[in-house]
Design a binder for this molecule. Sequence first.
Ligand code: ASP
Ligand code: MG
Length: 370
Amino acid sequence: MSNLTISKFGGSSVKNAEAMRRCSQILSKRPESRVVIISATYNTTNELEEMAGLSLKQIGDAKNHLDKLFDRHLDLAKSLNCSNDSLSMINELKLEASELIVKMNSEGHYSPEVMDQVYSLGERLSSTIFSSFLSNELKSKVIYFDIRKVLHTDSSFTRAIPNIEKIKLSTLEHLVPLIEDNNIIVTQGFVGCSLDGKTTTLGREGSDYSATLLGEALNATQVNIWTDVPGIATADPKKMISAKFVKEMNFEEASVLAKNGAKVLFPDTLEPIKRSNSTVFVGSSLNPELGGTLINSKVEPSRMVGMASEFNRVTISGTDMSTHKEKILEFIESYNPNILASNHNELTLEFSDQQVEVAFRLLHGFLFEE
Ligand code: ASP
Ligand code: MG
């Protein structure tokens, strides 16, 4: 569809009423963003995992856990003036969750198949709340859409593989008419449906992938991934104050970075975007005015893309490291690091425990700060 963009909001972007309000403001300024994909609210997926664990040990504890989780969502819904219909939907989801607890408890274990039903509750809750809230905020009609109608996968529960062709066909049948009717669609990330109709999930943190899969199926011009950092940086901005956010990168650079440290995107996220040759934007829903990173095929490669550190190892990644290796080693000659890996895309160096922090900072300065 022409001039259509998708917006995906991660768990931290929808963590409370204030955060959801920011998402709605972002959408009201971007009327072309007509499909909205939501993660479970912050930490909810982890809590659902804990609840499943508790249901095997102490059913009472599991139920208390469930009460707290649902109370929090009901409070959120009420503080956003969500409709009575959406409050009833939340109560129905709670019933479903209670039944799952009883099932897991009586069977004494939970299979990946049951876990996917448990996981799906997080995204179904957050999208119920957000769709109702958004319809108060926007002039257009907002529709809650169950992604299981279109996001077909195989039956590898908890890490299901999408069926691209079926996703395209179902999207055309079920989603395109709703969008053409000028509705805004709010749906769930992470969740899918097996060919025999069972709930699946794409793997933890998989909502980014849901967004680009839908982007491909709808032929969207851009997929916006809203998170808590303004884009992809040369190093983890939480560890490295002088990390630089990269304004633009191509697919190869983004894939190299995604593998080597910058865990901003779920690993398979870029595949659908490459196939459909569109663009991903990664930005912060906290500070949308800061801009973010654009990823597409048009960007000239810069060869050097980022760094990560873990324990006493430092990895420098790029799309052609061979040209830089000598210069890098010369620069840090006095540290005498061990070379743990050296190939086209990465150089991994091991320093002594005392030196690693300083070496990381020095190298970052040398490579990325003019
Ligand atoms: N809610 C899921 C998770 O926390 C999926 C996602 O947020 O991407 O893993
Ligand atoms: Mg996430």
